[in-house]
Design a protein around this ligand. Structure first.
Ligand code: GAR
Length: 183
């Protein structure tokens, strides 16, 4: 059985969907105190809070080294980033032997980056969605494993559109993770 770690920074509703699907989670790691971490604790899942600083003093290499060690300690094989908002140092993707997945709230390669929902709204696209992909050192690149589309409605705000996208992510991501966990 492969050991799955889910990385979170926020509300953790995608983590909840993974747990609802009875996918065994060996570790939940967060870069800040957040609801996602609380959900993991309540579910009795081992957690690691690797708190980061923001601003000039942030040492990405050193921060990523800390995470690397935790991955080895917990014998993790697969990482599913689920709303994890820290970009990890490139060495991790070269040196760590496991697989790293990410879910992103746009139809990649459109609207990479941290403001994908806002950018889609600002561009006036009529359709957007989510992408599950292999994460690489290059942000929001890596092979695409699954996508789902949603309509953008005239009355949409960032919140209403993001929630419609997240409903798709909660259905799609657990399916992809299950596939990757297969021996
Ligand atoms: C999801 O929409 C995910 O795609 C996005 O954060 C949300 C997490 O929701 N990730 C990114 O934007 C990564 N750049 P949740 O905290 O409710 O699970």
């Amino acid at each position: 059985m492969k050991n799955l770690a889910v990385f979170v920074s926020g509300t953790g509703t995608i983590l909840e969907a993974i747990l609802r699907d009875n996918i065994p989670v060996a570790l939940v790691l967060a870069d800040r105190k957040c609801r996602g971490l609380e959900i993991a604790k309540a579910a009795g899942i081992p957690t690691e809070l690797v708190e980061r600083t923001f601003g000039k003093g942030f040492n990405r290499e050193e921060y990523t080294r800390r995470i690397f060690r935790i991955l080895l300690d917990h014998e993790i094989d697969l990482i599913a980033m689920a709303g994890f908002m820290t970009i990890l140092a490139p060495f991790l993707f070269k040196e760590w032997p496991g697989i790293i997945l990410n879910t992103h709230p746009s139809l990649l390669p459109a609207f990479k980056g941290d403001n994908a929902v806002r950018d889609a709204l600002n561009h006036g696209v009529k359709v957007t969605g989510c992408t599950i992909h292999r994460a690489t050192a290059k942000l929001d690149e890596g092979s695409i494993l699954a996508q789902a589309s949603v309509p953008v409605l005239p009355e949409d705000t960032r919140n209403t559109l993001h929630e419609r996208i997240k409903r798709k992510e909660r259905a799609l991501y657990p399916r992809v993770i299950k596939q990757m966990l297969k021996p």
